[in-house]
Structure formats: structure tokens, C-alpha cells
Write a protein that binds this ligand. Sequence first.
Ligand SMILES: Nc1nc2c(ncn2[C@@H]2O[C@H](COP(=O)(O)OP(=O)(O)OP(=O)(O)O)[C@@H](O)[C@H]2O)c(=O)[nH]1
Ligand SMILES: [Mg+2]
Length: 404
Amino acid sequence: MIAMVMREKAVVVSVATEGLPVVAVHADLDELSALLHTAGADVVARLVQKRVAPDPATYLGRGKVCELRDLVNETGAGLVAFDADLTPAQVHHLEESLPEGVKVLDRAAVILDIFALRARTREAKLQVELAQLEYLLPRLTRRWQHLSRQAGGIGTRGVGETQLEIDRRVIKRRITLLRRELQRVAKERFVQRRRRQGFPSVALVGYTNAGKSALFQQLTRESTVVENRLFATLDPLVRRAALEGGLAVVVADTVGFIRKLPHQLVASFRATLLEAASADLLLHVVDVSHPRWQEHLRVGEEVLESLGVDPSGCLLALNKVDLLAEEWPNLPYDRRSVFVSARTGFGLSALRQAMADELIKRDVVDVVRVSLQTPGELSQALSRRDLVGRRFSAEAVELYLRRR
Ligand SMILES: Nc1nc2c(ncn2[C@@H]2O[C@H](COP(=O)(O)OP(=O)(O)OP(=O)(O)O)[C@@H](O)[C@H]2O)c(=O)[nH]1
Ligand SMILES: [Mg+2]
């Protein structure tokens, strides 16, 4: 596992190109700073350049690179993080222009670093390692020696051109191995899932820090890690929950989304995300107290679309309403939604009701009424194997039956 950001002083950098307002750039840098903070770094300064387009060689203009070098010297930063995807050549040129030993990371590298810190299960660790190696391969130069050594378990010999070739080969072999191993793990998971089959499934998806794990905990009343950190959850968790009317479901908590998620990560977490996306119902959790919640909503929908899911079928949980002033926002477009607070419990029973309604509306479960006056019929119904819930009233019982 590679963790490069821990305990470093960092400078964050971005370019405000034409048509991109400086406020938006600063909001992006706020998010990047939060990411770095999550990874254990201390953001000590930020630098924004207004420019028609980024410089192809150094991303920033010449003069600005000098300014950056001075800023790094002044603050004693060991790390410069760019809110962009840098080409391997840009990273190289920038590192050459900065004081010896100062690392240059792009947004993808920062996110990869957090994932490396957060991965807990074997599968998540394999997925993160795969994403890291895919990211590393085109960037393998002398400069990244420290990385390749950790990543590939390569010896400490000096890195000459031939050593680089050897490193590349070792990494490619490892990538093949990881892919194969991940396929095997996915197959195992498929078997486990078949055992759980029978219960309707709900998956919580959404932007990182939206409150998915907090809501999951409320819905399943179990303790999972809830942290005010980005990407607290990497491994999908699945637990039983009861909805309104006693309908039993399985709920899955998942890894969060983020704007510009590195494509290497999307690729290696694809199996996990696809499994979540194949749930009977997706609950898209959005932090409506966040100033950029509409953008988070859109990013979530884009990720779902890239997984082949129609986002209009999601039920929206507009979370953290306890943090809102009296004005509650309107949705930018028509979606079935419920305002909730995972913290105070507000709206949870409405949410459980909406989830049950959706599962019935989508023919995932059928509702059958059996009169209490017909005990024979009732006991037969109650022993059905596809029974996933029941609600008694004075004269009848409503049975929820899982459709096959
Ligand atoms: N005020 C308030 N805070 C909330 C609410 N729901 C969650 N939080 C807080 O928001 C932070 C993030 O919550 P998580 O549940 O870890 O978010 P997540 O969506 O699982 O995040 P990732 O796993 O990183 O994708 C935590 O500090 C929670 O305590 C809420 O309804 N109100
Ligand atoms: Mg979580």
C-alpha cells in the first residue's frame, strides 16, 4: 500500500481557465484540501492562476512556477497537489522546477492515496492496489522509484534504464495477477449473494460524506463506521433491515462517489459498484446542507449512468436537514425524494415507507391480503418460502411475497 500524503505540509494549486469563475475554482480547492486533510496532510497555502489554458509542459505558466517554488520554500511544504489530471511529463517538469524531494501529486493521486489508507477488506485492498499500479505504470520514471519499490516489492538496486524495464515487467505481471484474483473474489461474493437471495435488496449510493453509513446504521440499527472523513467506507456492507409494515430487506452501504473519480478506481471498483447497482432499489443519499449538493447529485447520477443504471429510478434521500435553515431546497428535476436526518432520525419512517412503496410499485414484492377467518389458508400462506414480511390488522394479515 502506498501512502504518500501522510503528515506532509501541502500547497494546493489550480488554474482558473476562461469561463471558469474563480469562486468555483476555490470551491474545488476546498474539496481538494478536505481530501488532503483526510489523507493526513496539512494544507498550508493555495495558489490559483488565471490563464486561458493550462501550459502543456508545466501546467502553470513559467512565472507562476517560480512563484510556486518560492511559496514551497516559504512554507516548508513537502507536497504540491494540483486539482487536475496532470500528464506524467507535467509532473516530471514540475518536480524538476521545485526544491529537491518535493512531491507533485494530481487529484487522482490524492484520491488513490486515501483509498489506499481506507481499504480494509482483502477485496478493497486488491482493488486499490490494481488502481495504483495502473496509475503508476505510465509514470514510471526515476522519480517514482520510491513508489515502484513499494508497489512491486522490487529490490533496492539503483534504477537504471534496464531496471526501469524490469520494474515495468514486474508491475504488468502483478496487474495480471491482481485482475485474476479479483475475478475469483467476485465469484465468491456472487455465491454469498445467492445465499441471501430471497430478500429484496436496497443499496445506498451517493457522494462521499453524504451520510450513507449514518443512514445505513439508522436503517439497520447496527454500528458501522461513521466518520466525518471522505471515503470512510470502501467495502460494501450488507445487513438486514425492516421497512414499514415489517417488510424485510437487505441493505448495502457502499463506497462514496466524488467529482472526477480517477478512472483507474472506477475500473477496479466496478465489480463492487455494479453489484450495488444491481440492487432492487437504489437509495441515492445527498447531503442537502452542502452548498454544492446539486453538483454532488449530478455527479452521483453520472456515475450511475456510467454503470448502466437509469438514475431516474433512484429514490432520493435528502439528508442532513437538521443543518438546514427553515428554507428547504427544491430538487432541480422531478425525482421521488424524502427529506431525512440520519442524525436526529427525522423522516426515517417516511423513508422506510417510501422504500417499501417503491419495492411494491416495481413488482419486487407482492402484497397479498389473507383473512383471519380462514386459518387454513393463513397458515399455508405464513409458511411460504417467498414470504418477506407480514402485517396484522384486526381482520386480516397483509403478506409481502418476494417475486422471483
Ligand atoms: N448534521 C448531520 N450530520 C450527518 C447526518 N448524516 C451524517 N452526518 C455526518 O456526516 C459525516 C459523514 O457521514 P457518513 O455516514 O460517514 O458519510 P458516507 O456517505 O458514508 O461517507 P463515505 O463513506 O466517505 O462515502 C459524519 O460526520 C456524520 O456524522 C445528518 O443527518 N445530519
Ligand atoms: Mg460511508
